[in-house]
Design a protein around this ligand. Structure first.
Ligand SMILES: Nc1ncnc2c1ncn2[C@@H]1O[C@H](COP(=O)(O)OP(=O)(O)OP(=O)(O)O)[C@@H](O)[C@H]1O
Length: 293
């Protein structure tokens, strides 16, 4: 008798790679007499949330996001505050969440984890009305997300291109930040609130962040001389950013950004327009994620 139902939600454009062969691999991996496997593809942004909501209307062992952090975010929106675990098969461009938790990037290994892994309760962040699992923020990273979204091609090289092009013309932003001790004025290269350690592709903005500590990590990068960019990039990938004087870090439950004018922000690598105020807070242990122990 088939007892275990798993629903896969595939974003066909995530990571810029075809997932056709992978769909066959999923079906081949699970014994037909034991598992009820359903595979759905998204057709447009937002679809993954709708499909995940439909999936959990019936008993379900897990709903699995097949894609990158944006797809995971959309599926998680349906699973938040339920007991139904989120599985992840990383097929994105940055795969920040998967890398943070050590979810294998190889398909076969990631599939095995869906069966052997134990769901863990993790924190989730909220920025205004949106949820984020990885990072949110303003400044340079948001400008990079916006540029990345404007390209048809995805993948790591498109991130590199977007980053270099954004850096060429980028100007730091003035903002007031309040983490519960009153508003403080900053000029920021970027201000990021992280639930996990990295943006993706092992770019560690918050090397000490933990997703189950009931805190978020506020990471402020103050402006630095342009010639130091290669050093900053190196520090980002080697977890050394906290050594720099223009890096400020705080653990927070809540933080608000007051911007001089509405401009682009980002959440889980997606660009967004949230107006002049971003109210950000942690929602402790609100999601169950299948991850290695
Ligand atoms: N069928 C679709 N057509 C176009 N866009 C889609 C479709 N399904 C989902 N999307 C959108 O694709 C975007 C990118 O998805 P995702 O973040 O998973 O991939 P990625 O950006 O390549 O990877 P990462 O976030 O790991 O860098 C999301 O904004 C999502 O809403």
């Amino acid at each position: 008798m088939k007892t275990q139902r798993i629903v896969f939600i595939i974003n066909p454009i995530a990571g810029g790679k075809s997932k056709d062969a992978f769909c066959r691999q999923i079906r081949g991996f699970f014994a037909e007499d034991e598992w009820q496997i359903e595979i759905h593809s998204t057709r447009m942004p937002g679809d993954a949330t709708v499909l995940a909501r439909q999936a959990i209307a019936q008993p379900c062992r897990a709903v699995v996001a097949v894609g990158g952090d944006g797809t995971i975010n959309e599926v998680a929106q349906a699973l938040i505050n339920t007991n139904i675990p989120l599985g992840v098969l990383p097929f994105g461009s940055g795969n920040g969440l998967a890398r943070h938790f050590g979810i294998p990037l190889k398909a076969e290994e990631a599939l095995k984890l869906l069966i052997s892994g134990k769901p863990q309760a993790i924190d989730v962040g909220q920025v205004n009305e949106k949820l984020f699992l990885c990072t949110t923020g303003i400044g340079f990273d948001a400008a990079v997300s916006e540029r990345f979204a404007s390209y048809k091609a995805r993948g790591f090289m498109t991130y590199v291109r977007s980053t270099l092009e954004t850096f060429a013309t980028y100007r730091p932003e003035e903002v007031e930040i309040d983490w519960g001790e009153g508003r403080r004025a900053y000029t920021v290269f970027s201000a990021t609130v992280a639930n996990i350690s990295q943006y993706g592709n092992n770019a560690y903005i918050a090397p000490v962040a933990s997703a189950d500590d009931t805190y978020l990590d506020l990471c402020i990068l103050k402006p630095f001389p342009k010639w130091q960019m290669p050093l900053i990039a190196l520090a980002l990938f080697t977890k050394q950013l906290p050594r720099f004087a223009f890096y400020e870090h705080r653990r927070v439950k809540k933080v608000t950004f007051y911007r001089k004018q509405a401009a682009v922000s980002h959440f889980d690598g997606e660009n967004a327009y949230e107006g002049k105020e971003l109210h950000i807070e942690v929602r402790p242990q609100a999601l169950h994620l299948i991850a290695p122990q």
